[in-house]
Design a protein around this ligand. Structure first.
Ligand code: AHR
Length: 519
């Protein structure tokens, strides 16, 4: 890693904010997250009967508190790769009668002690959250998807809706957002399909689901990453078959600093991950627009960025268990421990989602607890916040229900191996529903601080300006069981403001994420 030279003269950057130039309202679904039956996300994560903090349903109250503080909205469930082998019926009815099954995606045993009723009840307890349910289009198809929708959304009077009532949910779950499978373009997916086959299946499932409930909002699978060989062609072929019958196309993206031949990691490219995410969104939006034009359609399809995060996918915590006689229950899987640098990249990914709020109407941070997660737990022990918790919770708090203003940003650049020349600073401004302005900004430079200047809207009267920064001199500092608050937000006291000229200035340390709130 290059040495930092904190004494070098700071770079400069400038953001001009104008109230008249709006990108789009912020859809609160942008702050969604994801609960998959994977590792310890559900079991020993949100659900741990016997834990001192467990309530009468076995839900950890300390985790519920942290989820509330995080501010996550829509929760995608139950997978992920898991859903492509899942039989939803296994997870309803008396718990003692629920079967144990092999989970092929994560080479684990699924006990089915947690299912649709439990996630709905858990979300009620968290409060104000929306369930986004995925149907299995890997090992299953149209009939099972229709059965699940009948079970979930029909008030009563039919076999499956009455079964739901008998199982304790008198009122329908009323699930609006549905994923038509998961990452069906990925060769790793159980029941992986060609674009042609998946597009045909997804179109028929969408049509059938709308016959039951015309109000559902459907997400068709886009590519599992920007770098897939089939990227672009997949979107084109799938949208051609499904355009009129879906509301969203999904994007998934995970980033990590790649290992180089000399054993170091490519931090400079990693810090510019937002550049790739931005390109991904623009490319998918172009595919949507091209299809719309070709079909002469009046219908709009938006992006559901329903998996995004930093994920060290090739590292030890992500290695599946192996062996015909080794199918553990809730093993420690994908338990990445995030550093300060990871949190800065993470914050930049959020900035990128916000900048594209006109096209991205939903997003899910993957995932919520223990599995590449902002919240960690210890069985029988505490729950704590990872470094990534902080940019998410503060952005959600300040940006929810706001309006993204067009960012007019001037910044220097630096050179990366993966993306060429990239802006050193990335930023977005959001006008809150109370009229305040929040600016989120990252300094991607490894060695140079940045004097960042915000020119606020003409005539904007403000009396206070505050900045919170996530930065550690040790880029690899992390929160752990032993040291749970090593990386937190700090008030950035370099902030100065002048209400008359409408200027706010703040110094951004190298590799840092900052939220400025002016009201
Ligand atoms: O979030 C972890 C996994 O990443 C999901 O199960 C899958 O959809 C993606 O590949």
């Amino acid at each position: 890693m290059p040495e930092q030279s904190p004494n070098a003269a700071p770079d400069t950057s400038r953001l001009v904010v104008d109230n008249d130039f709006e990108v789009a309202p912020v859809n609160d679904r942008l702050f969604g997250s994801f609960v998959e039956h994977l590792g310890r996300c559900v079991y020993d994560g949100i659900y741990e009967p016997g834990h001192p903090q467990a309530d009468e349903d076995g839900f950890r109250k300390d985790v519920i508190e942290l989820v509330r503080e995080l501010g996550a909205t829509t929760i995608r469930y139950p997978g992920g790769n898991f859903v492509s082998g899942y039989r939803w019926e296994d997870g309803v009815g008396p718990k003692e009668e629920r079967p144990r099954r092999l989970d092929l995606a994560w080479h684990s045993t699924e006990t089915n002690q947690f299912g649709l009723h439990e996630i709905a009840r858990w979300l009620d307890k968290v409060g104000g959250n929306e369930l986004m349910e995925a149907v299995n289009l890997g090992t299953r198809g149209l009939e099972e998807a229709l059965d699940l929708l009948e079970y979930a959304n029909i008030p009563g009077g039919t076999k499956l809706s009455e079964e739901r009532r008998a199982n304790g949910a008198d009122q329908p779950f009323g699930i609006r957002m549905w994923c038509l499978g998961n990452e069906m373009d990925g060769p790793w997916q159980t029941g992986h399909k060609s674009a042609e086959d998946y597009g045909t299946l997804a179109a028929s499932v969408a049509a059938g689901m709308r016959m039951i409930d015309p109000d559902v909002e459907l997400v068709v699978c886009g590519s599992s990453s920007h770098g897939m060989d089939t990227f672009g062609a997949w979107e084109e072929q799938v949208l051609e078959k499904t355009y009129e019958s879906v509301d969203f196309i999904s994007c998934h993206a995970y980033y990590h600093p790649e290992l180089q031949p000399d054993g170091t990691r490519d931090m400079k490219s990693f810090l510019a991950s937002g550049v790739d995410m931005e390109g991904f969104i623009k490319d998918v939006a172009a595919a949507v627009d091209a299809t719309k034009a070709r079909l002469k359609s009046k219908h709009d399809v938006f992006i559901s960025f329903d998996e995004w995060n930093v994920w060290y996918i090739n590292d030890e915590p992500s290695k599946n268990p192996e062996g015909i006689d080794n199918w553990p229950v809730a093993p420690r899987l994908l338990e990445d421990v995030y550093s300060a640098a990871d949190a800065v990249v993470f914050g930049d990914l959020l900035i990128t989602l916000l900048k594209n709020a006109d096209r991205v109407h939903a997003a899910s941070l993957a995932q919520l607890v223990n599995v590449i997660a902002p919240i960690m737990t210890e069985p029988g022990g505490p729950a704590w916040r990872q470094s990534t918790f902080y940019p998410f919770s503060l952005t959600a708090k300040l940006a929810k229900s706001g309006t993204v203003l067009e960012p007019k940003l001037t910044s220097g650049t630096y050179e990366t191996q993966k993306y060429g020349e990239v802006p050193t600073v990335d930023s977005v401004a959001v006008r809150g529903k109370d009229g305040s302005v929040s600016v989120f900004v990252v300094n991607r430079s490894m060695d140079t601080a940045n004097d960042f200047e915000i020119k606020l809207p003409e005539g904007f009267m403000f009396s206070s300006a505050k900045a919170d920064t996530l930065h550690e001199d040790d880029l690899l500092a992390k929160n752990t069981l032993e040291d749970q608050n090593r990386v937190v937000l700090h008030s950035n006291d370099t902030i100065t403001s002048d209400a008359e000229s409408g200027m706010v200035r703040v110094t951004l340390p190298p590799v840092s994420w900052t939220a400025v709130h002016v009201k």
